[in-house]
Design a protein around this ligand. Structure first.
Ligand SMILES: [Zn+2]
Length: 321
């Protein structure tokens, strides 16, 4: 529990939400310390125990609170499962839970790269299958093209349609690869289209929360809390995109014949946008415990939706010129 003499504290007690220094409050204690306190700056009601020892509140399943790389790996599936339902996630990972922003950002980056590499395998084979007009088996393909052929599948998986690989030369089985920038329409259709709306949406929320002084004053949270929301939102944006890519790969595999695969593929981005709306709203209303959240969430969501629409329409127009 909290030590009774504030002069023995190794760290300054600060409000978990806004970072306000609570030493002044602690100095007023005479013979005993209360269990609960209220931040004079942002109004957050907290337990003094969690202010003196932020690790006390750590969640056993949450990746940001894992102490080692192994612990973070083990916590990854659970953290992702909790993220599927944003309001539940923010009930658990609220503003009193310790933020480890660098740990979180490294995890997010590794997961983004990992997901991309993972989906690149079916995607590369999907792209190969799609252009395999003659129905050549993979064994025959390998026999004819060797490692260049495998390299082509791998690079297509990673970079298609931004980058396209081709065999150069006019012979029957030319073996040298050359790289070219993909066709603009394919880049638009498979990269920009599934991401533009969400990027615009997130950008506008950031403007509302960071740039506008009035709303910044209203939310009163430390930068690390904003960083946490942004990092997780960006992670899910990329994961939704990789999911979209995976289903695109399946469409190529099934040669666009499966109605079910096509339908799911169509639904992924609308679901992703819906998820982002709920995620940002819940972060503010539930996670950050912003007391007058209704107007902020309503206006912020409308602004973010307009931002998403604006960016989406802009890239559409830019791509048709
Ligand atoms: Zn505070």
């Amino acid at each position: 529990m909290a030590p009774s003499d504030p002069s023995t504290l190794s760290t300054t007690p600060t409000c978990p939400k806004c970072g306000y220094d609570q030493s002044g409050e602690v100095a007023t204690w005479e013979s005993q310390c209360p269990l609960e306190g209220r931040c004079p700056e942002c109004g957050l009601v907290f337990a003094w125990g969690e202010v003196f020892d932020p690790v006390l509140n750590d969640l056993y399943w949450y990746v940001e609170h894992g102490k080692s790389l192994m612990a973070m790996v083990q916590r990854t599936p659970r953290t992702l499962a909790w993220l599927i339902l944003p309001h539940r996630f923010w009930q658990a990972v609220d503003v009193t839970k310790r933020v480890a922003i660098w740990r979180l950002m490294i995890w997010v980056l590794l997961l983004m790269v990992g997901a991309h590499l993972l989906v690149s395998v079916p995607y590369g084979f999907g792209a190969w299958h799609r252009y395999n007009w003659r129905g050549v088996s993979f064994a025959d393909y390998y026999a004819s093209n060797g490692l260049h052929g495998v390299g082509k599948i791998f690079i297509d998986g990673l970079a298609h349609p931004a980058l396209e690989t081709n065999f150069r030369g006019g012979g029957r089985w030319p073996t040298s690869l050359h790289f070219g920038v993909g066709r603009a329409y394919a880049i638009y259709d498979q990269i920009v289209k599934p991401t533009a709306f969400q990027i615009g949406f997130v950008l506008l929320w950031m403007i509302v929360l960071v740039v506008i002084p009035k709303t910044r004053e209203l939310v009163q949270v430390r930068w690390s809390h904003i960083g946490r929301v942004l990092a997780l939102s960006a992670l899910m944006l990329v994961l939704w995109f990789e999911f979209y890519r995976l289903f695109y790969a399946m469409m190529m595999w099934t040669q666009y014949r499966s109605g079910l695969v096509r339908d799911i593929h169509q639904l992924i981005i609308p679901i992703a946008i819906l998820w982002q709306i709920v995620f940002w709203s819940s972060a503010i209303a539930i996670g950050w415990r912003v007391y007058s959240w209704r107007l902020l969430v309503a206006l912020g969501t409308v602004a973010a939706l307009l931002g998403g629409t604006a960016l989406r329409v802009y890239v559409f127009l830019a791509s048709t010129i």
